[in-house]
Design a protein around this ligand. Structure first.
Ligand code: HEM
Ligand SMILES: *[C@@H]1O[C@H](CO)[C@@H](O)[C@H](O)[C@H]1NC(C)=O
Ligand SMILES: *[C@@H]1O[C@H](CO)[C@@H](O)[C@H](O)[C@H]1NC(C)=O
Length: 315
């Protein structure tokens, strides 16, 4: 009796262990995986500095839809509809070619060992580091999905017209606090956004710096259909540096999207924005821990899913 109880206990512990990620997951199975990914990310960011932003966003859009399972990387085919043409992703997500290149380099050193989901998580961290931001330890051992969900991409990824209540709700749904949400939004200290996503904010909202609005209007005409895809930096001050300028921009009403400025608009997150604007260290530490939390969203582990050979399709 006692031994069967302890056997059961062991079984339970094994089940828990297999459902957890570990930073040392590839230490014996593919010891050069992390250095290979880092080298490729650094090269890609050096070639085009926006790529750091694009890779960070890919990981976010992976994790918020079915968890961090590489589902965002599955391309549409005649018989398969994935997430890449869902509204938040279509003609907007980028970096798929860079991930494919990293995957082929990693496959060349360790056959079918490192998941695409893990590559995304490590590439996001390495991107932030390449642009001068904080580092953190990435838990590993995710496996890749055999499915994707366009409808979950549409329902779970927050759009740029969300108000503060909506934003807090969308992140609460994934287990994040409002402070985590504000910290993760600091990712908008890098990268670019399209006119169609900030047009209403610059023409219709009053909580925007007038000079900033005027300068954006020059490249984003009011009429829908003209200049829709014209780009503007999410951080107009230090666009290619991962710093806390995003928050000081918000203090001077220079958020690019309606959703950005909602974080500092007289509501419950104002003080968090002030805190992150005044303390780079407070932002770095909050961002890093929220990224680890995000990277732990619903991973497939153990024998679930698969290790894809090519990130864009199931084996
Ligand atoms: C808080 C809610 C969020 C909203 C409403 C939002 C919305 C958007 C939108 C609309 C764009 C521009 C897309 C385009 O015009 O093509 C964008 C870009 C970006 N987002 Fe977010 N986002 C949010 C949170 C996040 C989070 C949590 C991260 C990562 C941790 C992130 C990282 C980025 C990056 C890096 C870019 C620039 C990508 C590039 O230049 O390729 N965003 N976001
Ligand atoms: C936020 O937007 C939702 C609709 O998306 C609306 O129901 C709600 O009243 C808004 N909240 C505030 C505080 O404006
Ligand atoms: C601004 O608001 C008006 C009235 O609600 C709306 O018709 C218009 O499409 C909005 N957007 C722009 C860019 O003017």
């Amino acid at each position: 009796m006692a031994s069967s109880v302890s056997f059961l206990l062991l079984l339970c512990m094994a089940a828990v262990a297999s459902a957890q990620l570990s930073p040392t997951f590839y230490d014996t199975s593919c010891p050069n995986a992390l250095s290979t990914i880092k080298r490729a990310v650094t090269a890609a960011v050096n070639k085009e500095n926006r790529m750091g932003a694009s890779l960070l966003r890919l990981h976010f859009h992976d994790c918020f839809v079915q968890g961090c399972d590489g589902s965002v990387l599955l391309a549409d085919t005649a018989t398969f509809t994935g997430e890449q043409n869902a509204l938040p992703n279509m003609k907007s997500l980028r970096g798929f070619d860079v991930i494919a290149n990293i995957k082929s380099q990693v496959e060349a050193i360790c056959k079918q060992t490192v998941s695409c989901a893990d590559i995304l998580a490590v590439a996001a961290r390495d991107s932030v580091v390449a642009l001068g931001g904080p580092s953190w330890t990435v838990p590993l051992g995710r496996r890749d999905s055999t499915t994707a969900s366009s409808s979950l991409a549409n329902s779970d990824l927050p759009p740029p017209f969300f108000n503060l209540t909506d934003l807090i709700g969308a992140f609460d749904k994934k287990g994040f606090t409002a402070t985590d949400m504000v910290a993760l939004s600091g990712a908008h200290t890098i990268g670019q956004g399209q006119c169609q996503n900030f047009r209403d904010h610059i023409y219709n909202d009053s909580n925007i710096n007038p000079g900033y609005a005027t300068s954006l209007k020059a490249n984003c005409p009011r009429a829908t259909g003209s200049g829709d895809t014209n780009l503007a930096p999410l951080d107009p001050t230090t666009s290619y540096t991962f710093d806390n300028a995003y928050y000081s921009n918000l203090l001077s009403q220079k958020g690019l999207f309606h959703s950005d400025q909602e974080l500092f608009n007289g509501g419950s997150t104002d003080n968090t924005v002030r805190n992150f604007a005044s303390s780079a260290a407070a932002f770095s530490s909050a961002f890093a821990s929220a990224m680890v939390k995000m990277a732990n969203l619903g991973p497939l582990t153990g024998s679930q899913g698969q290790i894809r050979l090519t990130c864009s399709k199931v084996n």
